[in-house]
Write a protein that binds this ligand. Structure first.
Ligand code: WTA
Length: 668
């Protein structure tokens, strides 16, 4: 799997690289087989079974999806047609009627799950609430009645701006139950982000809270909503959840308390069936520039995608306590905190606060306290914990864990190994799941128990997913060459359009390769058919004619024992066209010296090849990240070339990081 050949100084390669190829430089070779113990009990028990089912899903998709839809969902009325595909528009299970909330709640009543915990909630101050399926059903029914009384009807948009509290799930499910469309706005966003999203989808009602706990303080959510609603003509009502007890202003005629409304509402609500393609939610995702995109998901296909992946990828069992640490403001929170696990009758854990509050071991104490068996988090969190060393983990009993997952970014092999060994004790398979807001559900992933894992690779496609790595003209590139990742056929949980902007939907995802979905990521497929995401195409560097993905270079830096995290960008270079600048954060207690800079440059040279050796290394305390933890290389690029035009920074987690970063170059 070595790609040393890619660096042979031969003109032909050089020209091709200039054209459209991405040179892949990763030399990762480890293969880790899942433990026999795990395999024995896994929901899919062998590679042969996976390959057989995968083949069926590709060769007879209608038959395959019809069977899954019957097995995993409850229907009010069966569908006539599994899929209608007029590229780029798909309709799944047309003619069918379904209620998403009924699939997540009512179906479990009258079964052994009725009194099982649906949600275990832990607030940042340490308060814990356990809500059974029966209780959750009751609360959702009441709130569905409240929404109806407040004038919300099928197709209306409801904006949800809440902390990570159970009421967020209640709000989503109640909205779905009456056929309305929710748009969850991440609780860390500012009022201008609320205004923009509410106006784009013309939401009629907003659900918020007085506040939420974060790092020991109270984030005043209602206050942000008040500010935002000065410029949102569509909003008629605001429902306010009391979480922190901080004082808020209630506008007469517009604002009502959640608990007061609920008290008066009937717990009986008869759910109606809605068509399979009834819109379920809009989730805004930031493009690298400009206005956020309102990704639209609909009902049956989306729910099927999340339920099927929950079962096979997370290997859900009746006795599991499952924790996905994502916020409901992101797609991961939608699909794998709420819809997937609840549709599967699982116990899903919600944690309100910061990962390092009051200490860096908060996550591990949650795992110990609730005896969590499945844990799903982001590489950025894993690297942050790794930075703090093994001690905080060792303080806790992690023996309840049996499966680990990651999502959101390429995970560098060093972080993967740390996660596997230190968190998973070497006994838990790690599922590195590649997917997007747009795909709705996991697309490329190992199946735990069967897929031999390669640290850093999301491995193989899930059922019904047909990926390919292509060059700019859409031709499949040879194995081990880099290219663009496309998905060649529709899948049930795919986005249907961008809200109010079908033109942008077509341009963004379907114009590069007509009829084929382009996801925006660079990728390489190795000789075993495994997929390795090398980063976003927009971030690809061009160095002396080689196009290099950021993920592999960063991973080489992080493989050095002193480095916690790294981000690579290019900057204009008179001789080479562009030079490589590395922003590096060090592990706790390490010092950034000129000597270390030299060592790191040599380290990368040794790991990858001289071409990739960073021209410049800058040590920094933190990297600019989006609130979902992705590094904002666009900003680093600007810093690296000495500019200060950062563009849209509303999704930036902490602007101070940028201010400090700008200083990192001053001693050069
Ligand atoms: C990246 C998150 C490598 C990728 C569910 C994708 C990943 C973008 C992985 C979507 C992974 C996500 N390996 N890269 N396992 N998972 N990505 O919309 O660039 O927040 O296109 O959805 O994250 O991010 P989004």
């Amino acid at each position: 799997m070595s790609n040393a050949g890619d660096f042979a100084p031969n003109t032909k390669t050089h020209e091709m690289a200039m054209e459209d190829k991405i040179t892949s430089v990763s030399k990762e070779k480890r293969v880790i087989k899942p433990a026999a113990e795990f395999q024995k009990q896994a929901n899919i028990g062998s590679m042969t079974a996976y390959r057989k089912m995968y083949r069926e899903s590709i060769n007879s998709p209608s038959k395959f999806w019809a069977k899954q839809a019957k097995d995993f969902l409850v229907w009010r009325k069966p569908w006539n047609k599994v899929v209608e595909w007029k590229a780029p528009h798909a309709k799944w299970f047309t003619g069918g009627m379904i209620n998403v909330a009924e699939n997540c709640l009512d179906r479990h009543l009258g079964t052994a799950r009725e009194n099982k915990a649906a949600i275990i909630f832990e607030g940042e101050p340490g308060d814990v609430r356990t809500i059974t399926y029966k209780q959750l059903h009751g609360e959702v029914c009441r709130f569905a009645n409240v929404l109806t009384r407040l004038g919300v009807k099928k197709g209306d948009r409801v904006a949800i701006y809440l902390p990570m509290v159970p009421e967020a799930a209640v709000a989503m499910l109640a909205t779905a139950r009456i056929g309305a469309i929710h748009t969850v706005i991440f609780g860390g966003f500012s009022s201008s982000a609320i205004t923009e999203r509410v106006n784009d989808c013309e939401a009629k009602l907003v659900i918020t809270a007085d506040g939420g706990y974060r790092r020991g303080g109270v984030v005043e959510l209602k206050k942000n909503v008040d500010e935002a609603l000065k410029k949102t003509p569509s909003v008629e009502k605001v429902v306010v959840v009391r979480r922190c007890g901080n004082s808020v202003q209630m506008k007469k005629g517009r604002d009502v308390w959640y608990h007061e409304e609920l008290e008066e509402a009937s717990p009986v609500h008869k759910a109606k069936g809605f068509s399979s393609e009834n819109p379920l939610f809009i989730l805004y995702t930031s493009g690298s520039t400009g206005k956020p995109k309102g990704v639209l998901h609909t009902s049956a296909g989306y729910l099927l995608g999340t339920a099927l992946t929950s079962y096979y990828v997370f290997d859900l069992k009746e006795y599991d306590t499952y924790w996905c640490s994502a916020d409901v403001g992101w797609i991961t929170g939608h699909s794998y905190v709420v819809y997937g696990p609840l549709c599967s009758g699982a116990t899903t854990v919600m944690y309100e606060g910061a990962p390092n509050y009051p200490d860096i071991d908060r996550f591990w104490s949650i795992i110990e306290r609730h005896r969590i068996s499945i844990f799903y988090t982001a590489p950025t969190a894993i690297r942050a914990f790794m930075r703090g060393g093994d001690e905080p983990v060792k303080k806790h009993d992690m023996s309840s864990l049996r499966l680990l997952g990651t999502v959101g970014e390429p995970i560098n092999p060093e972080a993967w190994m740390w996660y596997y060994k230190t968190i998973g004790g070497g006994r838990c398979p790690v599922v590195d799941t590649w997917w997007q807001t747009e795909t709705g559900a996991i697309m490329i992933t190992p199946l735990p128990g069967v897929t031999p894992m390669k640290p850093g690779s999301a491995t193989l496609p899930f059922f019904g997913v047909e990926p390919e790595v292509v060059d700019d003209s859409g031709r499949k590139v040879p194995k081990n060459s880099g290219g663009k990742l496309v998905i060649k056929r529709p899948w049930p949980s795919m986005l249907r359009t961008l809200w109010g902007d079908d033109k942008r939907f077509k341009e963004q995802y379907w114009s590069q390769f007509p009829g084929i979905y382009f996801c925006g990521d660079g990728c390489r497929q190795d000789k075993d058919g495994y997929y390795w995401i090398v980063g976003r195409i927009d971030d690809v560097l061009n160095v002396s004619g080689h196009r290099l993905g950021t993920a592999e270079l960063e991973s080489a830096l992080v493989s050095h024992a002193d480095v916690a995290e790294a981000a690579i960008v290019s900057k204009p270079d008179e001789i080479k066209g562009s030079g490589v600048v590395a922003f590096v954060t060090l592990k706790a207690g390490r010092n950034g010296s000129d000597n270390l800079k030299k060592t790191l440059r040599e380290h990368v040279g040794k790991e990858i090849g001289p071409i990739a050796r960073p021209d410049e290394i800058r040590f920094t305390e933190g990297l600019p990240k989006t609130r979902s933890g992705k590094i904002m290389r666009r900003i680093l690029k600007e810093v690296a070339s000495g500019g200060d035009r950062y563009g849209d920074v509303t999704t930036l987690e902490d602007f101070n990081v940028v201010a400090r970063l700008a200083k990192t170059g001053e001693d050069e």
